[in-house]
Design a protein around this ligand. Structure first.
Ligand code: PLP
Length: 379
């Protein structure tokens, strides 16, 4: 069976190639060019963040965060088990031990009520992930982190332009990270950003991102030669990618409107079916505005989830499961992870399915997906 309705389809607003051509014709395609600066300014202004730095990925932004916090062997970093590998791996690379927290059964976000129990004198950071762009309980997380002297780094890969109590996600932690991977709301293929909310990290972040040199200060005329001053790597993307991304960010309102339409269609047309069958739809608390990153179903059992994925595939539609619990991965087990440590994560991971979701998914296609779901006899 050929797939007629894919899971994801990148969308272009039409200006991407034009902006990319401008960069190539100008002859300066290395990092921190005109479009990188435009992306920085747009994101800083739109979000009210003091400093934004584009990176080659969200993974790299997380690795920069780990370097900025001076994470050392022996430190512990609390991450949800239900997340992408990089949320934990960036800190493990610096020698930290990941401490896996379970998630809430409603939003599938880090369960803030577990933090008190997981924090030890070795804890350096908490990394909440705003799953699906729905905000974590940031009031409680910031409160417990503040009382314990632990840093908060938001992995906001899903949540650009989402809000919690009227404030943008990515503006709560001292640092936050974004992803512009092809599967995210705004993309340049591969890309990311570090949001720096605590200005004490700005100067060192520029140095880490530029191979450990003070090149950024040199370009601004603040020093008369540039040299090796700290650790670092090459975390900055080519201006070609920034040009691609800028076109996407300029179209943010249009993109959000398209995604909202897709999300609302599923929510409206699956509500009754889900209620009758004990299927859980995404929960969005009243204090959160979501950026419509994904739509998922939580089926009553693993067998039903597998059956639905197979059934949709047989009808030419691709749906996918999501994160496998990190504490039960090969790496997670090396840090002592065991079955039963994070029961909600283990349960949800078995039963969750993400439906086809992309900007241009039409109502007719969505109607087909919904009809196929209703026609699945195993549920
Ligand atoms: C996609 C994703 C990442 C990694 O993003 P890259 O830009 O591919 O490095 C990290 N964390 C979460 C929660 C993600 O969904």
């Amino acid at each position: 069976m050929t797939i007629r309705i894919p899971f994801n389809k990148p969308w272009l607003n039409g200006k991407e190639l034009y902006y990319i051509a401008t960069v190539i014709q100008a002859g300066h395609a290395s990092g921190d060019g005109i479009y990188t600066r435009k992306c920085h300014a747009l994101l800083e202004q739109a979000l009210g963040v003091p400093k934004v730095l584009l990176t080659t990925s969200c993974t790299d932004a997380l690795e920069m965060a780990a370097l900025l916090l001076d994470i050392q062997p022996g430190n512990e970093v609390i991450v949800p088990s239900f997340t992408f590998v990089s949320t934990a791996n960036a800190f493990v690379l610096r020698g930290a031990r990941p401490v896996f927290a379970d998630i809430r059964p409603d939003t599938l976000n880090l369960d803030e009520t577990q933090l008190e129990r997981l924090i030890t004198p070795r804890t350096k950071a908490i990394v909440p992930v705003h799953y699906g762009g729905v905000g974590c309980e940031m009031d409680a997380i910031m409160d417990v982190a503040g009382r314990s002297g632990v840093a908060v780094i938001e992995d906001n890969a899903h949540g650009l332009f989402g809000t919690y109590r009227g404030r943008y996600l990515g503006t709560f932690g001292c640092l936050a990270t974004q992803s512009f991977h092809e599967t995210k709301n705004f993309t340049c293929g591969e890309g990311g950003a570090l949001l720096i909310n605590d200005p004490q990290y700005v100067e060192r972040a520029e140095i880490l991102r530029e191979k450990g040199t003070n090149r950024s200060r040199f370009f601004r005329g603040q020093v008369d030669k540039y040299t090796w001053v700290d650790l670092g790597s090459s975390f900055l993307p080519s201006d070609i990618l920034a040009a691609f991304l800028y076109a996407q960010l300029e179209a943010r309102e249009q993109i959000q409107a398209m995604r909202r339409r897709v999300w609302d269609y599923y929510a409206v047309h699956l509500a009754e079916w889900a209620a009758e069958r004990g299927v859980q739809l995404p929960t969005v608390p009243g204090c959160c505005e979501q950026p419509y990153h994904m739509f998922y179903l939580l089926l009553p059992s693993h067998a039903q989830r597998q059956a639905l994925i197979a059934h949709l595939k047989a009808h030419g539609m691709l749906s996918v499961f999501h994160y496998l619990p990190l504490h039960l991965s090969d790496m997670g087990r090396r840090f002592g992870g065991q079955a039963g440590d994070c029961p909600v994560t283990e349960d949800v991971s078995d039963r969750l399915v993400r439906l086809p979701f992309y900007n241009e998914l039409s109502e007719a296609e969505q109607a087909e997906v919904v009809a196929a779901i209703r026609g699945c006899r195993d549920i």
